[in-house]
Structure formats: C-alpha cells, structure tokens
Design a protein around this ligand. Structure first.
Ligand code: ARG
Length: 464
C-alpha cells in the first residue's frame, strides 16, 4: 500500500501533524455504508476523465489508463475482492487510491478540476435516479395487481365505512381502485422529483467552480443528465432533491400503511372479508390456531421509519450555511434505507395483492347490517318531492324502528315503510337492495360496477 495514503491523517497532506484517534476515524468515515455508491462513483469518474481528456486537461493515455484501472476495480468489487479501508474514509478515496495503485500518475490526475463535494452530490443523484426508475416500475406493477383484483371484484359488494361505521354499500373493485389512484399520484410525484434529481453538480468542484477549461454539458450528456446545476455553491450543498424523494416515499408508505390497516382488519376472524395467502403470514409459537397478517403489519410499522428518514433529512439540511458541510455525509443512511424499504415493500405488495382471496358472502352479510341503504331511501323520497332534510328525518325514524325490531330496512313491508312517509310506494324495495344502491351511483368516480369497469379500462390504458 502506498505509505502516503496509509493513515487517514496523512491522506490529506503534510498539513496534519498527528493522526486522528480510532474513534474519530470511525466517527467520520462513511465507507461502511457509501460503498454502495461505488458503481455510480466509477461511472461519474469515467465521464469526468473523458471530458478532461477531450478538453486536453489530461492526456488520452491518462484517460485510457483510468478506464483500464476502473474496469479492474469494478471487477474486484463485483467479485468481493476489493479491500475497503476505513483509513480512506469514504468510497471516493478508496477507489481513487486503488486506481492510483493500479495505474500510477493517471490515477492521481483524475481529481483535476473536481472535488469530493461535487463528486458525492453527483453520485447520489445518479443513485437516486436509478432508484426512482426502479420504484416507478414497481408502483406500476402494484397498480396492475390491484386493477386485476378490482376487475375480479367489480360487482362484489361490501359496506363502505365512514368513522368506521357502516355508511353505504360500495363495490370491492371501487375500493381497490381508490388505492390505484393513490399509487398513481405517488408515481406522478416520483416522476416529478426525478426532473430535479437529474441535474449535474460535477464541475462545481469544492464550492466555487474550477480554473480548468471544463465542459460540463459534455459530462451531463454522457451521464444522461437533463441539465447542469447552475450554481456551484448550491450544487455541492443542497440535498433538497433527496428530501423531496423521501417525502414522496413517505407518502407511498403512508398509502401502503392505509391499505395494510384495512387488510389486517379484513383478515381478522371477526370481520373475515378476505384471506391473505399463507406465504405472507406467520403462525404463533404458542397459539396453534393463529395465522397472522405479518406482512401488512410490518409494512404499517415500516412507514414509521420512512417518515422518520424524511424528518432526519429535513433536520440535517435545516440552517446549514453555504456551501458543503460534513453534515451532508449523514444524508446517505436514511436515503438508502428509504430506497430499500420502499422497494421491498412495493415488490411484496404487488405479489400479495395477487394472493388476496375475497369472501363475498361475509362482505355481503356485513353490508346488510348497519342500514347501509338508508341514504338511498332518503334519496328516493327526495325524488318523490320531499325536501332532503325532511327525507333525512323520515328515514331516521324508520331506522330507529328497525333498530327496535332488530331488522334491516329492506325487511320492512311497503305498508310498514309508509308509516314514515306517504310518498313510499312498492318501487321502494329496488332502492333498498345492495345491488340497487351501488348500481345507482353511476357517474364518473362512482361505485357502480359499470363505472368500476370503465375506470379499470382507463387505468389500463394509462399503464399500457
Ligand atoms: N464522504 C463525504 C460525504 O459523503 C464526501 C464529501 C466529503 N467532502 C469533504 N470536503 N469532506 O459527503
């Protein structure tokens, strides 16, 4: 190993007269977690070196040497043979040091016209761009799975709830499509965030730019960035794009947590609306009868950590003066964990949605309790000319009578119903059925099975 780089204090220069303590070394190093940036770091370095050669800042031979060295490093990392040294602090210095070992002076020239500050900002953006692309594909997969489930259950009726009280009948297809909408907006947010992620910091150097005749557009083009960052101080310091990503991720997990909560409730034997495939559940070590919906529960819990990462990054950025500060090294673990958690969760949920067994009989039984068609009766009276408030009152009396008798509205005869309003006729019973109730909500965004099928068509076209 090159002696000059062997001790961290000596990595910098003769400027330092004593080595850092082991504790400080461990405290300040990021190599244990930023290794995962290795391949984007190499990608960024190669684009930078190509530009340096093109601009005649380094020689063509230097560039060729750098390419050769990087190819070997890439292979060593892939084979698990690369030795990561804590003494070299982070992924950037570890790779640069190895490159210099392999190709000599060309390796030492790579850092011309750049700094780790613009280098790391570039790496994170490259990493995040790929993560966003993965997440977008997974969000699409989840929506497809939910749309399939919705289609199979376009006319399966269950009670819709407000305040966790039975409100009105809805179709299970419609219920699933509510989540399809949520995950659709999540995908839009990711796509929008990607625009701001996809700008190139490189060329900003430490903070003020560089004295070399660089060509930033060339590097941006070769790395697939839409644009360069237009202010060097801003480019090396702000992590707002990562915060945005975490905010969009927190919303994904929040939507996942809402779906999870419903799955847990629906799977409770008390409710029994669905069953989740065994491969997503676990048993109990003591209670043989148990089948627990562990995956949705855990996803609900993991929402907490992703929300936490968002707050961590906001707090990290808050009140940081321009330009780069070491605080920013702390952006990585929350960001990486957010990506891992969201990716695993979406992958599992798309698979799990396909394995949800719906129990229409239990849903129907539940919808028949709780006077789910009371609003339909009120609407019926309004259509016969009664002002809505009076209709509301008349139906409230009818519900009360049913409560006393322990029966549903539909169980009352026309004659009995007429006690609450003279306007009621024999046509009332069509209105009081669950099918009549959902079919009547036949407009864009409504729960009627036909509308559900139209909405499914619309989403399928969007996702095609
Ligand atoms: N490991 C550092 C980080 O993650 C790289 C940039 C360090 N720059 C510096 N001037 N110390 O942010």
């Amino acid at each position: 190993m090159n002696e000059q780089f062997s001790k961290k204090s000596e990595a910098w220069s003769a400027r330092f007269s004593e080595p850092v303590s082991d504790l400080v070394k461990r405290y300040t190093a990021s190599v244990s977690f930023d290794q995962r940036l290795a391949s984007v770091d190499i990608q960024g370095s190669l684009a930078h070196a190509e530009m340096l050669a093109h601009q005649k800042i380094i020689s063509a031979q230097d560039y060729a040497d750098i390419q050769r060295g990087m190819a070997q490093i890439q292979a060593e990392i892939a084979e698990g043979k690369f030795t990561w040294l804590l003494d070299l602090e982070d992924v950037h210095l570890n790779i640069e040091k190895r490159l210099t070992e392999l190709v000599g002076d060309a390796g030492k020239r790579l850092h011309t016209g750049r700094s780790r500050n613009d280098q790391v900002a570039t790496d994170i953006r490259l990493y995040l761009r790929a993560a966003i692309d993965d997440i977008s594909v997974l969000l699409r997969g989840l929506r497809m799975a939910l749309v399939d489930l919705a289609e199979k259950n376009a006319d399966t009726i269950l009670p819709g709830f407000t305040h966790m009280q039975v409100a009105q009948p809805v179709t299970f297809g419609h219920h699933m499509l509510a989540y399809v909408e949520m995950f659709g907006r999540d995908a839009e947010r990711m796509a929008d965030c990607r625009k701001r992620v996809n700008r190139l910091p490189l060329g900003s150097a430490a903070l003020a730019g560089t004295t070399f005749p660089i060509d930033r557009e060339r590097v941006a083009d070769s790395l697939g960035f839409d644009d360069v960052c237009h202010n060097s101080l801003d480019a090396v310091s702000d992590r707002d794009f990562a915060i945005e990503f975490c905010a969009a991720s927190a919303l994904i997990m929040t939507h996942i947590s809402r779906l999870s909560e419903e799955l847990v409730i629906w799977m409770s034997p008390r409710v029994g609306f669905i069953d989740i495939a065994d491969r997503f559940c676990t048993g109990s070590s003591i209670m043989p009868q148990k089948k627990n919906p562990d995956v949705p529960e855990l996803a609900r819990g993991k929402t907490g950590r992703v929300n936490g990462h968002l707050v961590a990054l906001l707090t990290l950025m808050k009140a940081q003066p321009l330009a780069y500060n070491k605080d920013n090294q702390e952006d990585k673990e929350p960001l990486f964990d957010t990506v891992d958690t969201v990716i695993d969760t979406l992958r599992i949920f798309a698979d799990m949605a396909g394995g949800i067994a719906v129990k229409p009989q239990a849903m129907r039984q539940a919808a028949l309790q709780g006077y789910a068609t009371a609003t339909d009766l009120a609407d019926y009276l309004v259509k016969k000319g009664l002002p809505f408030r009076d209709a509301h009152e008349a139906v409230a009396h009818a519900v009360r009578a049913c409560e006393q008798r322990g029966c549903d509205l539909a169980a009352l005869s026309t004659e009995e119903l007429r006690q609450f309003s003279e306007l009621i006729g024999p046509d009332v019973h069509q209105v009081l059925t669950l099918e009549g109730s959902v079919a009547a909500r036949h407009h864009v965004g409504g729960t009627a099975p036909e509308q559900v099928l139209l909405a499914i068509q619309r989403v399928r076209t969007l996702l095609a």
